[in-house]
Ligand binder design. Structure first.
Ligand code: NI
Length: 256
């Protein structure tokens, strides 16, 4: 059995309402040594902190996802700042830009909320968990405004060229179950490009389950299939991918 640090999960999601505690207990037995539960809505952020308080191997990221950008205001910012004082809060996230759905908040609002939370990360000296969907160019230009902030581009979906730009800024690249999909091409080229020292693995559960569980509810122990695939692409052992991704995640999140 290999050890796993899931750098991006949503166990607060209603998909786990029936059996959340049971699943989390099982993860420990399956080699999962760490989970970063990421806020998306404000309620989800509170629940992320509660999970981190409850389970020793859980940590939290606090932040407002671009899809919820219209819920962000000074009051929410103040509450995020207070929540971040909790010792188990290790990052600001997930934050960023999402241009995929037309009904998403206006781009100007998304950018404003993204910048406000980048400022918060800078102020609190915390890393960021970046969500970027179909917004590579604008995401990159905002990241460049904050050269002193570091983080991970979660569920990376860009090109090799975009990955290079993110690496240049010092960011880590988060790989999900997409690397195991039969039709995966672009992301495999990205795996080849990204050095081991900059890779993180993640579920983004309950979504993005790797093959052979594609389409099912995802969970952190399934990361073994992602590690297996990355090891194959990189030509190294699964143990090496396991170790380096755990080390990278701990380093980024300042977990010792
Ligand atoms: Ni997510």
């Amino acid at each position: 059995m290999i050890n796993i640090f899931d750098s991006h999960a949503h166990y607060d999601d209603e998909a786990f309402n029936e059996d959340r505690d049971k699943v989390i207990e099982e993860l420990k037995e399956m080699g999962v040594i760490g989970v970063l539960n990421c806020g998306a809505s404000f309620d989800g952020t509170i629940q992320s902190v509660e999970l981190a308080d409850k389970y020793d191997f859980f940590y939290a990221a606090v932040g407002i996802h671009p899809e919820h950008a219209e819920d962000f205001n000074d009051d929410v910012l103040g509450k995020l700042r207070l929540l971040a004082k909790n010792k188990k809060v290790k990052a600001i996230g997930e934050i960023g830009l999402d241009y995929y759905y037309e009904e998403n908040p206006a781009r100007d609002i998304q950018k404003k909320v993204f910048r406000a939370q980048m400022n918060l990360a800078d102020e609190l000296k915390l890393p960021v968990v970046i969500h970027d969907r179909d917004a590579h160019e604008d995401t990159l230009s905002i990241l460049k405004e904050f050269p002193q902030v570091n983080g991970v581009i979660h569920c990376f979906s860009g090109s090799v060229e975009f990955a290079r730009e993110c690496l240049k800024l010092g960011y880590y690249i988060g790989f999900t179950g997409v690397v195991t999909f039969k039709n995966a091409k672009k992301i495999i080229e990205v795996v080849k490009e990204v050095p081991l020292s900059r890779m993180l693995v993640e579920t983004d559960c309950p979504y993005m389950a790797p093959t052979p569980y594609r389409g099912k509810r995802n969970r952190s122990d399934y990361i073994k299939y992602i590690i297996e695939k990355i090891a194959e692409i990189k030509g190294v052992t699964e143990e090496e991918i396991s170790k380096v991704t755990i080390d990278n995640t701990k380093k980024l999140l300042n977990i010792y």
